[in-house]
Design a protein around this ligand. Structure first.
Ligand code: ZN
Ligand code: ZN
Length: 414
């Protein structure tokens, strides 16, 4: 079977935007009003995780103001995403009218690009969506690439892990220096001078590796510091994984509770939980051991511990984690450069003024819309979920129509 991208124009010859995008609605105007009327719940459903998971991870200290902000943020991002969806679907008709025929890149790609360009998100939500979409776009590009080196890297878990370890070391180094303040899996404690008059009589590390006084930069004893980190990260990994599955399988809960439980048991693999626990555990243990060995903390200890804890990627080797590290690596290096290097040339400062995140967001949304329809086997599950929720499955139906036409086309040739 030939690829959809190759026979698009043969397959869609003589078809209109109504045939492809809205056969259920007689005119483009009705299609527009119906999408405006029907699509609102979809994006609110998509962002339920965003509403519920941060409070669950916060685990306490809720104030009325916190809930107000959390709900306002949820409503804001859901409503803007709804606008992007309605504008995007409407642009399919607009571009059809403009060209007088269906166009390969203007069916899904450019409508996504322009609808995102027209909707202004708050900076927090722009970061959230821009980076999520950029990560998904990198994932698809990695999967699609025909470059020899990328192919090798893609197949090798070991290379992936090694790269993750390097990205992680550099990210943690920047965070340790304190030049860039951004969220990462872990925030390293700043190096402190040891108090040589203090007494360390802890039982586990003190027995294995006695240091006499507290050489580390963290508060509390090394044992409770490590145990606390492992427990906290296990809990976070567990909550994220379970919440994600519960939300996707929620409709089953009242239709067929027993099936829901079996599905839940199968889908929750605990790999994320183990990966996060190992990440934190290895980092803290290595840093404590080094501090105890040298009798003081040093930035090098953070580098060594960060490099080694990156190996926990092997427990949860996914494209999402890899691309997240890759994006953070680029973004933080860029910011670090401007904060630390003096006398940067004029052109570098001009480059800095370009609103990269906004451009990346527009390109990545367009790219992912296009991917879902024309290369759906490469589309990450979240992309399919997001677009189908927000378009009330209209994009899914569009894709099926196209595939149906292609099969008819193949048959007629045979
Ligand atoms: Zn139309
Ligand atoms: Zn310690």
């Amino acid at each position: 079977m030939s690829e959809l991208s190759k026979c698009f124009y043969e397959v869609t010859a003589g078809k209109t935007c109504r045939d492809l995008c809205h056969p259920e609605y007689a005119t483009c105007w009705i299609s527009f009003f119906e999408s405006a009327r029907r699509l609102l719940p979809g994006s609110f459903k998509l962002y339920i995780t965003y509403l519920l998971v941060p409070p669950l991870l916060k685990g306490g200290g809720y104030t009325w103001k916190y809930w107000q902000e959390q709900i306002a943020s949820y409503v804001g991002v859901s409503f803007k995403t709804y606008l992007i969806a309605v504008i995007g679907l409407t642009f399919q008709c607009v571009f059809y009218k403009m060209f007088g025929k269906l166009n390969y890149y203007w069916v899904m790609g450019f409508p996504g690009f322009f609808s995102t360009a027209l909707t202004k998100l708050s900076s927090v939500h722009l970061r959230l969506q821009g980076i999520t979409y950029f990560n998904m776009m990198s994932e698809v590009m990695l999967k699609k690439s025909q470059i020899g080196l990328v192919k090798v890297l893609r197949e090798s878990k070991l290379c992936g892990t090694l790269l993750f370890m390097l990205f992680n070391t550099w990210i943690m180094e920047i965070l340790q220096q304190g030049t860039v303040n951004q969220f990462w899996v872990l925030n390293p404690v700043k190096v402190r001078q040891p108090d040589r008059n203090s007494i360390d009589d802890s039982r586990v590390l003190g027995t294995l590796y006695p240091s006499g006084y507290k050489a580390c930069s963290h508060d509390k004893s090394c044992d409770s510091y490590i145990a606390h980190g492992v427990l906290k990260y296990s809990a976070a990994g567990f909550i994220i994984e379970v919440a994600g599955v519960v939300i996707t399988k929620f409709p089953q809960l009242y239709k067929d509770p027993s099936k829901f439980l079996t599905g839940l048991r199968k889908a929750v693999t605990l790999k994320l939980m183990l990966g996060l626990a190992a990440y934190n555990g290895i980092y803290r243990l290595v840093r404590c051991l080094l501090c105890r060995h040298y009798g003081m903390d040093h930035p090098m200890h953070n580098r060594i511990a960060s490099f080694l804890c990156g190996a926990s990627y092997l427990l949860y080797p996914t494209y999402q984690v890899f691309t997240l590290a890759f994006t953070k690596f680029i973004e933080m290096s860029w910011e670090h450069l401007f904060k630390t290097v003096d006398n940067l040339p004029e052109w570098a400062w001009k480059l800095k003024r370009i609103p990269y995140l906004r451009i990346v967001h527009m390109i990545a949304v367009g790219y992912m819309y296009h991917t879902l329809v024309f290369h759906s086997h490469l589309s990450p599950p979240f992309n399919s979920k997001a677009i189908n929720y927000c378009s009330d499955n209209r994009v899914e139906r569009l894709k099926r129509r196209l595939v149906g036409w292609m099969l008819d086309h193949e048959w007629s040739k045979a």
